[in-house]
Write a protein that binds this ligand. Sequence first.
Ligand SMILES: [Ca+2]
Ligand SMILES: [Ca+2]
Length: 200
Amino acid sequence: MKRVAIVTIAVLALASAPLWAQTRTFDWEDGTSTALITYGNAVLENSTEQAHGGTHSLKITETPLGGTPYAGVWWVTGLTDGDMVTASIWVYDMTPSGSPSGRIWGHYTDTDVNSYAGSASGNGTYSDGTGWSQLSYTWTFDSSSDTRDGLLVEARIYSSTELDAIYVDDISITVTAVGPAVITAPDGSVPVELMSFNVE
Ligand SMILES: [Ca+2]
Ligand SMILES: [Ca+2]
C-alpha cells in the first residue's frame, strides 16, 4: 500500500507543473547598465533625463531611422513547452498621437542571447503618450519541437526623427516553469541562488 501511495503523489506532481516560479525587477539605478542586446539602429544610454522611480532610466533613440529597433531587456533560458513568462515595462512618452512610442515584444532564442529563433509576438498597444505608462504581456513558451530554449523580451522604439527618445524604467518579470529557468537582467546578472548551486 505504501508503494502505491508514493506513485500516486508523483503523478499528481507532474500533472500540476509548472512548479518553479521566480520574479525579478530592474531599475537602472546602477547608473551604468543599458541592456543585454541592442538591435537595429537603437542607441541606448543609462540616463538621468527621466525616471519612473529613482533618478535613472534607459533612454532609447534611433539613429539613423530604419527598421524596428529595440533593447533586449530580459532573457529567460531553460524554458520548455507551456512555461509562462509575464513581463512589464514602464515607458515615458509625451506624444499621445504620434512618434515616438514604445511597445513590449518578444522573440525566441536558442542558448545564445544574440540568436533569433522566431517571433514570440507581444502586446499590440503602444505607450499612451501621457507620460509614464505601463505595458505588459504574457507569453506561453513554445519550444517548436525542442529547437528553442529561451525568450528575449524587447523594449521597442517607434520613432520618426532622430531626435525622438523614449525612456524605459522599473521593469519586472515573472516566470512560472517546470524549471529551473534562468532570468538574466539588463546588467547581465543572474539570481544569486542559482549561482550558488556551483559552490561546494
Ligand atoms: Ca529608475
Ligand atoms: Ca507616442
